[in-house]
Design a protein. Structure first.
Length: 294
């Protein structure tokens, strides 16, 4: 069962007064606005999913249900200063977290409380499987840097980052340790970017990457592929979806990847400025590991 709390947080006390606060079958909550210290102190033994819109957990307050959560999706919109310390404190209490999704839209600054000393959990101490981060409209680099820092303990096998905003996208996909344990990485980018810079970021940070999916960007109209393609030994599959590609740059990439002994598949789906005639000729040289569909 699911509970939608789309009300003024101050009004949640009415629930405590007029109805039972024992919800033995409640599995999911959608919460709007900040979580108050006095709210959600209910008996919810089956709760595992929490979705929040502008829902920050207050510092220094123990919510027993946090340790039960396996799926958390939080969206934060329009903050002049975002309390990253409060977010970290809440996340660090979610010891059974498996899937985490965070979305930021229009966040102008990060407020890191230097007076609050938080102990980051040890890597591999959480059973995390996937991390999804979405950045929209205007999110300053300091917010993203602080976010990546508080998430360094997570060892997700799948990392999904969407940069759908103004600014240099390269500044926002450099996630450092967030990629370290990922076997699958998906990047959705809304602005023109350099493929070589993206690949170099992954090369420096992804030692276990097997599948890379890139969606949406128009790659800068320059020779973005060097003669020496960075080697990620574990990489097996690269997929481009709805990207603007240049034929003269696809060839070096295909030859660089498909000559690697263990690499299996380079895939182009609904990509632009690629002709089937060119891809057929290229496939003759690199083999059937190159595939495409329009």
């Amino acid at each position: 069962s699911k509970l939608l709390l789309v009300v003024d947080p101050e009004s949640l006390g009415v629930i405590d007064e007029v109805v039972s606060t024992h919800f033995p079958r409640l599995r999911s909550i959608y919460h709007q606005f900040n979580v108050l210290p006095s709210s959600l102190g209910w008996d919810m033994p089956s709760l595992s999913h929490f979705e929040g819109y502008c829902s920050q957990f207050p510092s220094g307050v123990a919510f027993p249900f946090l340790s039960q959560l396996t799926f958390v999706e939080l969206c934060f919109v329009d903050y002049d200063s975002f309390d990253m310390t409060s977010l970290a404190e809440g996340l660090y209490k979610m010891s059974n977290l498996r899937n985490l999704s965070l979305e930021f839209e229009n966040c102008e600054a990060a407020d890191d409380d230097e007076d609050t000393a938080l102990e980051m959990p040890n890597p591999h101490s959480f059973p995390i499987e996937s991390v999804t981060i979405t950045l929209r409209d205007s999110v300053v680099a300091d917010v993203v840097t602080s976010l990546y820092e508080i998430l360094e303990y997570l060892t997700a096998s799948r990392v999904d980052i969407s940069v759908l905003m103004r600014g240099d996208p390269h500044d926002f996909v450099t996630g450092g340790k967030i990629y370290h344990h990922a076997s699958t990485a998906r990047l959705r980018i809304g602005l023109p970017c350099s493929l070589s810079l993206i690949i170099n970021v992954l090369y420096e940070n992804c030692k276990n990457l097997q599948t890379l999916q890139i969606e949406g960007p128009s790659f800068n109209p320059i020779a973005y592929v060097s003669s020496h393609w960075p080697q990620i030994p574990s990489l097996r599959h690269v997929q481009f979806y709805d990207c603007v590609m240049l034929e003269e740059n696809v060839g070096p990439m295909a030859r660089g990847l498909l000559t690697c002994e263990d690499f299996q598949l380079l895939e182009f789906i609904s990509c632009h400025k690629l002709s089937e005639e060119y891809l057929l000729k290229l496939q003759d040289g690199v083999g059937e590991g190159l595939t495409w569909s329009f």
